[in-house]
Design a protein around this ligand. Sequence first.
Ligand code: ARG
Length: 301
Amino acid sequence: MQPTFVMCRPDHFAVSYVINPWMDPVAWASDSERLAFESLAGWETLCAAMRERGARIELVPPVRGLPDLVFTANAAVCLDGVALMARFRHGVRRAEEHHYFNFFQSLHNRGFVRRVHTMPDDVVLEGAGDCVWDASRHCFWLGHGQRSDARAAATLARVFDVDVVPLELVDPRFYHMDTALVPLPYGDVLAVRQAFSHDGWRVVRGRIGTDNLIEVPADDAATLAANVVCLGNDILMGRCSTQLESLLAGRGYRAVRLPLDGFNRSGGSAFCLTLRLDRASFLRPAAKPHREPFGFAAVTA
Ligand code: ARG
C-alpha cells in the first residue's frame, strides 16, 4: 500500500498560547506575518518532499482559532486500519478533538479506516505524538508524565492487542514521545537521552540494542531533530548538524533538511506534522538494503 498520511495545511498556524516550553506568543506576535508565511512555505516543501517519495496525503480542513490542528500526529493512534482518537490534556487543544473525529469518520466512509475508537473520558492520550509505533520491535513506545497518562497503556493494549512500552518523559522540552524517540525503517531508532530518566534510558537501550540506537546529539535535540519522517532511506527533517548527518549517513540514511523552524516555535517538526495511516502490525520491516553509506561512497574513475 502507498504510504498514506494525514496532514493539515497551516493556514491558521500561530503560537498564541503556551503549553510547552518552546512556545512564546509574544515573540511570535512581534513578527507573526513573516513567521506564518515561512511556516506555510516550509510545510509545503515537506508535502512536496513526501509526495516526491511516493506518499499520499489526506488533508484535514484547517480551522480558524485552532493553531495546533496542523500537528496531526496528535489526532489519533492508527494501526491495522484501526484508529484510537486522541484525548488532549489542555483545553486549548481539546477543541480539536471533534474536528479530527469528523475527519476520521470521513476516512472510515472512504475505506481508509475500518474502526474508530475513542478514549475513556478520564484518560489522556495525545495520539501518535505520544504513542510511536516501532515495527521492528512490534511495540508502541508510549510517552507519559507530561501530556499522556500512563493509564493509556491499558486502553492501547485492549484496542490494538500489541505490546506497549510506557516510559516517563522527564524533560519538559521533550513533552511528547515523538520529540524523544522515532523509529526509522530497518530497525534503527533516533532517541534523545536527556528526555528519559536513567532507568528509562536503560529500557530504551535494552530494547533497541546499541547497534540500532542512534543517540541524537544535544545540539540537535535542541532543534527537535529526532522528530523526522522517513521514507525509504531519506530522512525528512528540520535542522540537522553535520555530526548527526554523518551518523545517519554511516547507517545508510540521507538527511533531507527542510525549513521547518516556524514549527519549532510551537514545539514541533516534521513527524508531528504528519500522521501515518497505513501502519500494519503484521508487516515486519524489510532487511536493510545493502548500499554504500551516503557520503562515503568509493569514487570509481
Ligand atoms: N504546540 C503543540 C502542543 O504543544 C505542538 C504539538 C507537537 N506535536 C507533537 N506530536 N510533538 O501540543
